[in-house]
Structure formats: structure tokens, C-alpha cells
Design a protein. Sequence first.
Lengths: 110, 113
Amino acid sequence: QKEVEQDPGPLSVPEGAIVSLNCTYSNSAFQYFMWYRQYSRKGPELLMYTYSSGNKEDGRFTAQVDKSSKYISLFIRDSQPSDSATYLCAGYTGRRALTFGSGTRLQVQP
Amino acid sequence: EPEVTQTPSHQVTQMGQEVILRCVPISNHLYFYWYRQILGQKVEFLVSFYNNEISEKSEIFDDQFSVERPDGSNFTLKIRSTKLEDSAMYFCASSDTRTDTQYFGPGTRLTVL
């Protein structure tokens, strides 16, 4: 079983829509979860970083972690065409290596 | 805003040749990492480095790979004898000890012919 799983998409939404991106994980040792955004042929850009279960908000982005069901989500409000990218979730045990999911490709149509 | 930089952006090499990929981490960061991403696949951890030694490495990081911090600013990944399957994007990342959040560079695209 893959440690971090994501639906690869593509997920296509109209501009202004609320986007929901999701990951499941199997490694109970993950303590932290990150969301990265990756544009084509570029490096991952850190968006959100969460430690505990619950919600964390930053501007148009909300990260949600449910450790009981091993489920993490990223919500994007008022989506923009510039949000079109691949979104990577990652788990972190505290031992330095990030474990990434395969990413979900998002397309926001103008 | 400080950022991780990497050079070159694209490296083409012949199979069996040695390559060195270079990174300049964020200046006050103490932990350094290399990841790779084969085209169409997920980002995979290679190695982490702290206090001038490897702190963790994956099964991908075999004897063909080595890392070095040759001076106070650079962090390098050397592949001794490249194989076709080493073709990938290689990302350097760094983090400070307080937050552990890792910041990635733009990557070096390695093409092995």
C-alpha cells in the first residue's frame, strides 16, 4: 500500500469555484502534513503546513487533517486560473524525509 | 524573500559519465536534502544532510551517489557513473531546525543519453 495516495486528476473547475483536494495516508507515524504546489517543470512550493488534527487557514487556502481517518484535505476558495498546477500532499514523521503523494493536477478554467 | 537556488537548470550527459548538481540552500538553514522526480512520477526522497554528515538516506541513494558541502554556501549531489534511469528532475531543499518545513529549489533536469 502506498504511504500517501492522491487522485491524479485532472480536476477541472470554473474560475471562482471552491476546490477540494484530498489525500489519504497509511503511515501512523506521520506527525506533520504539508501541501505543496508545483507548476510544470518547477520545484514544489510550500503552501500549508499542519501538525495536529483540525483546520488551518491561510488566505484562500484551508488545510484540514483528520488523523482518526488518515485523511487530509486542502480547500481553495475563489479559485483563479493562476491556481492551475499540481498539488502535492506530503507526510512527515520528524525524521527528515518527506513522503509525497503523486499529486493532483488542477485546472481552473477562466 | 530568501530562496534555494540550483545550477545548472538542465544537464545533459552520456551514460557512465559523472555529474555534479549544485545547490545553494537558504542561508540560515542547517538541514539540506536532495529529492528526485522522474517524469510523470512522484517526488522521492534521496538523502538528508546535517552537520556535515548524512542523517538519512533512501534505498535509491546507493554507492553511485554522494553529497558534499564543500564550503559555507554550496551543497552538491554527485552521481559517479550515470545510468539512463537517473534521468529525472533533481530538487534540493533546505530547512531550519525550528519549523522543519522544507523549501525546495527550482530543480535541475538531468538527461542521461
